[in-house]
Design a protein around this ligand. Structure first.
Ligand code: BTN
Length: 249
């Protein structure tokens, strides 16, 4: 197996915590954790999702981790690249097992029309560059049933019928994320943008969407520099921030 360069040199393992992202954010305030530090728990009691959503994860069944990065090389205007790098890392990892994996803008990981992983990125800035980034990943691995009102969850076990050793999977996942991290750090921005668009759910396909003005038909044509979704509709291009548009069918 390829050697990891920095992630998991320091893995902080907690039996039970409310949220690995909260723990990582506290750590950044009180200690000086190195880039690549990973916070992991097998029992996350109050996992946070995007905005006010929560994240369901049955104890001992899934990967719930937060990776601390210090992407000081990245201008804040390019901060969506952190979402791209983590999404692509999770995407690459899942492609070892599954076909039909895609990235639903901004950073949900889908298998077909179901969500297998969610990502919550929390950045801090210093002047015009990023200072720290807490990259939370919830990846459904061995959970067979979901009880929350999340619309369409699925796990690796649901997809393949197999159970996985979480430690082994963590290692594989971190290797994939690390490769993407270096792709970004070494300035391969354009390749990363291309890869992200290539894997994007509903990219260049006609579909129904809904915004504050109602339903419309359009096609996703790209992402703005700030990570907004660009949809070509009949009357021209529309640009959306997160939660301003829903994917209908
Ligand atoms: C979403 O899809 O809404 C994002 C879900 C992110 C969940 C992960 S689990 C590990 C990390 N800690 C949290 O509290 N949330 C993220």
């Amino acid at each position: 197996m390829q050697k990891k360069l920095f992630t998991s040199q320091s893995i902080i393992r907690k039996n039970k915590i409310n949220s690995t992202n909260n723990f990582a954010l506290e750590l950044l305030k009180s200690r000086n954790p190195a880039a690549g530090t990973v916070v992991l728990t097998l029992n996350q009691t109050k996992g946070r999702g995007q905005q006010t959503n929560s994240w369901e994860s049955e104890s001992g069944k899934n990967l719930t981790i937060s990776i601390i990065l210090r992407p000081e090389f990245l201008p804040i205007t390019q901060q969506f690249h952190i979402s791209m790098l983590i999404s692509l890392g999770v995407y690459d990892y899942l492609c070892n097992y599954l076909e039909n994996v895609s990235i639903k803008w901004p950073n949900d990981i889908y298998v077909g029309d179901k969500k297998i992983a969610g990502i919550l990125i929390e950045n801090s800035i210093m002047g015009s560059v990023l200072s720290t980034s807490v990259c939370g990943i919830g990846l459904n691995v061995n959970q067979s049933k979901f009880i929350s009102d999340a619309p369409n969850p699925i796990s690796l076990l649901n997809c393949t019928g197999k159970e996985y050793d979480l430690e082994t999977e963590l290692e594989k996942l971190l290797i994939c994320i690390e490769k993407r991290y270096y792709q970004l750090k070494n300035d391969f921005f354009m390749q990363m943008e291309k890869d992200y668009l290539d894997k994007l759910y509903w990219h260049n396909e006609d579909h129904s969407f809904e915004d504050e003005n109602g339903l419309f038909t359009g096609r996703i044509v790209g992402i703005s520099n700030w990570g907004q979704l660009r949809i070509e509709a009949e009357e021209g291009e529309r640009i959306y921030n997160f939660k301003e548009v829903s994917f209908i069918k």
